[in-house]
Ligand binder design. Structure first.
Ligand code: ALG
Ligand code: ZN
Ligand code: ZN
Length: 340
């Protein structure tokens, strides 16, 4: 019970009033030894709401938007499904030896509202919503939503940090040009972000790419847009440690933005998604790769493309919740390290 009792019970008010002299300790998830974790409303990991704690090191926010999809819809229901699937997460993460909600204040900021009928307006709303949240939280952990939302999120991240090294985990390149003549869709956010100078062209990488393309030229265009590929086949051939080494060499100590499309996982591990491709990563492989990045300067993360209508037994929701938990743990690692 020790880790439970280290935290305040659910936080309608902060455990310690905010004051200049007394640094308050983070308000953690509500105590599942007192309130069953299946009771009450589902914030991510049963964390306090941002409004209850005021400011945070990391704000978790949802973007219920899927007007950019090219195939199966439904990712607009991703945020509520991932929150619902995150009730069982516990406060201590042994794989990274960290209590991610105790070393930093993490809070659920609710959803950023985006117009489902007007893509341009929606993108502006996501950008403004992210910018606004970044006045109250150092970093965002965003639950999508389809992958289109990575564009305005990268815009907000680049405004704060300059061009970021993007680590993009996905079956798909998402650097295609247009769909039906439309420049911004879930197949194009990283091309637009590259063109607009949001990403570091020398340090960005895709992880887990696989499956049929429109043509061989997709790969040359993708490289010119600033991405190095560590494919699913690379992992099969050389293993996870070699993939980690390759990624870290590429990211090279730059500010890193990590965008995880849940379809990077094999459909056996994540069936609830809109454009599934066979032959993907296992959850175990992806979680291990994320953990290895705890020594990187991670400035923001998103987990997108969870479409609950195609999910079974919360498989995809749980995978996404664990991916976000590992990302939040990795972001907390710096705070957890003893000062030198
Ligand atoms: N971002 C995701 N999940 N998918 C992009 C697929 C675009 C296509 O239909 O070619
Ligand atoms: Zn994808
Ligand atoms: Zn994608």
């Amino acid at each position: 019970m020790s880790t439970h009792d280290a935290h305040a019970d659910h936080p309608d008010t902060p455990a310690t009033p905010e004051s200049a002299e007394v640094p308050r300790s983070p308000v953690g998830p509500r105590d599942s030894s007192r309130t069953p974790r299946f009771a009450g409303a589902a914030s991510f990991a049963l964390l306090p709401l941002l409004d209850a704690v005021g400011t945070a090191d990391i704000a978790v926010t949802g973007v219920p938007f899927d007007s950019g999809v090219s195939y199966r819809p439904g990712a607009r229901f991703g945020p509520s499904h991932v929150r619902e699937s995150s009730r069982l997460l516990r406060p201590y993460n042994p794989a990274q030896d960290i209590a991610p909600f105790a070393v930093q204040q993490v809070a659920d900021a609710g959803d950023i509202v985006a117009n489902p009928f007007d893509l341009d307006e929606a993108m502006e709303q996501v950008y403004q919503g992210a910018k606004q949240l970044l006045t109250r939280a150092d970093r965002l952990a965003v639950i999508g939503g389809d992958h289109t939302i990575a564009y305005p999120l990268l815009r907000a991240a680049a405004e704060k940090h300059g061009p970021v090294a993007v680590l993009h985990a996905d079956a798909h390149l998402d650097t295609w040009d247009t769909y039906f003549g439309v420049p911004l869709t879930h197949g194009t956010p990283f091309r637009r972000a590259s063109e607009d100078g949001f990403i570091d062209l020398t340090a960005s990488a895709h992880l887990g790419i696989r499956g049929p393309l429109y043509g061989k030229g997709d790969l040359t265009e993708d490289a010119a847009l600033g991405f190095q590929i560590t494919s699913s086949e690379f992992i099969e051939e050389h293993g996870v440690p070699a993939a980690i080494t390759r990624l870290k060499e590429r990211l090279a100590g730059k500010p890193v933005y990590i965008s995880v499309d849940i379809d990077v996982l094999d459909p056996a591990h994540a069936p609830g998604t809109g454009t599934p491709e066979a032959g993907g990563l296992t959850s175990r492989e992806l979680l291990r790769i994320i953990r290895s990045l705890s020594d990187q300067q991670i400035v923001g993360v998103d987990v997108v493309e969870v479409s609950p209508a195609y999910d079974h037994a919360q498989l995809t929701g749980i995978a996404a919740a664990h991916v976000l938990y590992e990302l939040i743990s990795a972001m907390g690692a710096e705070k957890a390290r003893p000062a030198r």
